[in-house]
Design a protein. Structure first.
Length: 240
């Protein structure tokens, strides 16, 4: 009885662990896919100033720059107005100096499934030259449709979206994606592990819950009475 109880207890524990592992695995696969890439839906963003700035990228330490543990930030933007769009990633302190005294909007919230929340930064000056002429960008691109891919590394970084000529009234539509290749195999591995754990849990639970049958009845052995021997040692005579 104690052995059956242990089987049921371990079986239920395996089932619970397998269920949660499967839920996390499905969520991870649906979020990042088998290639480990997460991408937000297309979002519209606008600033009446000269730039849209997302300055909340702070990475402590050095991250791998290649391989399955490297993290890549991808941004695609299309100009909604007449001017070409500029995309750039640069050190936050250089971005702040470049935009000192310039009106722009900080991106303070990214909504799901689309949209951003911004807060204005006041100013009355003009940027110090077109953004594409600055030499300190880590990665940049410009055009009617601009695409930027940057392998994330340690530091304090800002993403900047501007009109390529530095003019005000920035309006774009685009997407942002983050790729961490190791997440793809991890998510698939979690699903496989969940299946194995669930199978073990089912086997243990069913085995422990099975009621043993009654013991098989053996055939009764016939016992012949043994007559006592006569005093003389001769076998007794059978009755006539």
């Amino acid at each position: 009885m104690a052995k059956r109880g242990l089987k049921i207890g371990f079986g239920i524990a395996f089932l619970v662990v397998g269920l949660f592992t499967g839920i996390f695995g499905v969520a991870l696969v649906s979020l990042v896919g088998p290639d480990g890439r997460f991408e937000m839906p297309e979002t519209d963003a606008r600033s009446r100033g000269h730039a849209l700035v997302f300055d909340a990228i702070y990475v402590r330490g050095n991250l791998p720059s290649s391989g399955s543990l490297s993290t890549t930030l991808s941004i695609e933007a299309r100009a909604a107005g007449d001017a070409d769009v500029f995309l750039g990633v640069g050190p936050s302190d250089r971005v702040r100096r470049y935009l000192t005294g310039v009106a722009y909007d900080r991106v303070v919230r990214v909504d799901w499934p689309g949209g951003v929340g911004t807060e204005p930064v006041t100013g009355g000056g003009e940027p110090r030259g077109a953004p594409g002429t600055q030499t300190w960008w880590e990665a940049s691109d410009e055009g009617r449709a601009a695409t930027l891919e940057w392998v994330v590394r340690g530091g304090d970084w800002s993403v900047v979206i501007m009109n390529a000529d530095g003019s005000s009234d920035v309006e774009v539509a685009g997407t942002v994606g983050v790729s961490l290749p190791v997440l793809g195999p991890v998510s698939i591995g979690m699903l496989i592990a969940a299946v194995v754990i669930l199978v073990i849990g089912i086997v243990l639970t069913v085995s422990g819950a099975k009621t043993p049958g009654p013991p098989a009845r053996g055939a009764a052995r016939a016992v012949q009475p043994v007559a006592a021997a006569s005093p003389g040692g001769a076998p007794p005579r059978p009755d006539a």
